[in-house]
Design a protein around this ligand. Structure first.
Ligand code: COA
Length: 325
């Protein structure tokens, strides 16, 4: 099996920013409540006709530039998203055309907030066994399109954005281990009731606001802490490493309190935990990859560092990955 690593990364966040003060004018909430309960101060929201594929394409262009490869070199595009432009065709197909990556096989995956880690792990297999040389993995979401802007329990949490990574064989380092999991018995904790084949769109589903995210936050909170802690332990063990070997944890950014609770359980210093939720909120599958981009850009990651990605989301799904940068 070939050693696989990330050779280029990129992100795109919409220009428009929605602050907690803006939300105070929309629902019965306060900047103080949102900041102390979640760590979020603002989030990026699409405007001017932007949607998931247009953001995914921009992030992908940055990643290709960073990897110094051409679109025509890409053999595979996987987009992790729960907010595709439309049920089908895939966002991956749309961006394949726009990028001019006409040699690439393309598909989307739905693994909610663990989507990027799932997609990374899938792409890794194709390259490790020699099927493909270059893969483009994207996490992209327009959660503002499925957020109920009248529901204070959820509308303060989510944002929009995209991140991308190019994978190929590397001579050293790269992805050391990956671990994916799911507990399908609790799909009721976070979901969108209508718009699929079970409850197709109708006047009734629209009037009863069933096309928006429904969430039982405090139940998810406890499961997220437990699951992300376990996933981090398992994936590090698989890599033959200890927590003292980890230079930076990049967790899914759903709630700063979840992240800090996971860090505490693992006995990891807060300065080894990357947090950017303050400026982004929860961008689901785009969360870990945009955090990785910002950690690299901000000088928090240097060559040879051990990075641990750790994510959890609707499904319930989780995934973790150890990368030697
Ligand atoms: N502004 C003000 N008050 C709010 C509010 C808001 N935006 N949202 C909820 N509240 C209120 C609730 O109505 C409740 O009031 P009550 O006690 O009078 O009923 C109170 O705040 C506490 O609600 P609770 O849900 O217990 O708060 P919490 O501390 O659990 O925080 C979340 C709520 C959603 C921030 C938190 O549970 C969370 O982040 N959960 C995980 C979510 C998650 O990970 N989702 C995605 C998975 S990837």
């Amino acid at each position: 099996m070939k050693r696989v690593g990330i050779i280029g990364i990129g992100e795109y966040l919409p220009k428009r920013i929605l602050t907690n003060q803006d939300l105070e004018k929309m629902v019965d909430t306060s900047d103080e409540w949102i900041a102390t309960r979640t760590g979020i101060k603002e989030r990026h929201i699409v405007s001017n006709g932007e949607a998931t594929a247009s953001m995914a394409e921009k992030a992908a262009r940055h990643a290709l530039e960073d990897a110094k490869i051409k679109a025509l070199d890409i053999d595979l595009i996987i987009v992790a998203t729960i907010t595709p432009d439309m049920p089908f065709p895939s966002v991956a197909s749309i961006i394949q055309h726009n990028l001019g990556a006409r040699h690439a096989a393309c598909f989307d995956i739905s693994a909610a907030c663990a989507g990027f880690v799932y997609a990374l792990s899938i792409a890794q297999q194709f390259i490790a066994c020699g099927t493909y040389k270059f893969a483009l993995v994207v996490g992209a979401e327009t959660l503002s399109a499925v957020t109920d802007w009248e529901d204070r329990n959820t509308c303060v949490l989510f944002g929009d954005g995209a991140g991308a990574a190019v994978l190929s064989e590397v001579s050293s380092g790269g992805i050391l281990s990956a671990y994916l999991g799911c507990d399908g018995s609790r799909t009721d904790l976070l979901y969108i009731p209508a718009g699929g084949s079970r409850n197709p769109a109708s006047k009734y589903t629209v009037e009863t606001r069933q096309h928006y995210i429904k969430m039982q936050g405090n139940e998810l909170f406890k499961i997220a802490v437990k699951t992300m802690t376990e996933a981090a332990e398992i994936v590090l063990k698989q890599a033959g490493l200890r927590f003292s070997d980890v230079d930076l944890i990049i967790p899914h950014q759903a709630n700063a309190r979840i992240i800090l609770a996971v860090g505490k359980k693992l006995g990891i210093d807060e300065d080894k935990i990357f947090l950017n939720i303050e400026k982004h909120g929860n961008i689901s599958s785009a969360s870990t990859i945009t955090a990785l981009c910002e950690a690299v850009k901000g000088g928090r990651i240097k060559k040879g560092d051990i990075i641990l990605l750790d994510a959890f989301g609707a499904g319930l799904v989780w995934g973790a990955c150890v990368i030697k940068w």
